[in-house]
Write a protein that binds this ligand. Structure first.
Ligand SMILES: [Zn+2]
Length: 158
């Protein structure tokens, strides 16, 4: 399976990479609100227009007072980009580990997640599929479920 890597940016200016099966898959996921920022979980995610638009916010801005002389305002700070990419990589590695260990409960996902939330069954990592309706219901009941990136989700492949 060949994946396309896009540079994405959330409305808070976090830049991260997204893997997609193609531009169409990206557009589909974006239109369905499935893209989330790994840093702040913002769902307002777009392809990064250009590096010059990079805005890391105040929290990650370099120490004020002594801007490096060679730094140009129109260019992103390379080290900040590297930091975020590192966070993204760690997050992905963690997610892959979680997915690997999670019990695949298939289309029983919603009912298992609900039972766990109510303490009716053992707390454990599960993964599986849920309909849009089930996802809405879980959210309304306060059951937190993590959307799985398309490429990590093998629960629908046989
Ligand atoms: Zn963000």
């Amino acid at each position: 399976m060949s994946m396309k890597v896009f540079d994405l940016q959330c409305s808070h200016g976090h830049v991260f990479e997204g893997w997609f099966r193609g531009a169409q898959a990206y557009e589909e996921q974006r239109d369905r609100g499935l893209l989330t920022c790994p840093v702040c979980a913002d769902t307002n995610v777009e392809r990064k227009i250009s590096a010059a638009r990079l805005n890391m916010g105040r929290g990650l801005a370099p120490e004020s007072g002594q801007p490096p002389a060679q730094q140009h305002a129109s260019r992103p700070n390379e080290s900040e980009v590297a930091t975020l990419t590192g966070m993204q990589a760690k997050w992905l590695a963690h997610l892959q580990e979680v997915v690997k260990r999670a019990e695949n409960v298939g289309d029983q996902f919603a009912s298992e997640a609900r039972k766990m939330h109510k303490g009716e069954t053992e707390e454990r990592s599960i993964r599986g599929t849920a309909t849009e309706k089930e996802k809405r219901e879980l959210a309304e009941e306060g059951v937190n479920v993590l959307p799985l990136p398309d490429f990590l989700d093998d629960s629908q492949r046989h």
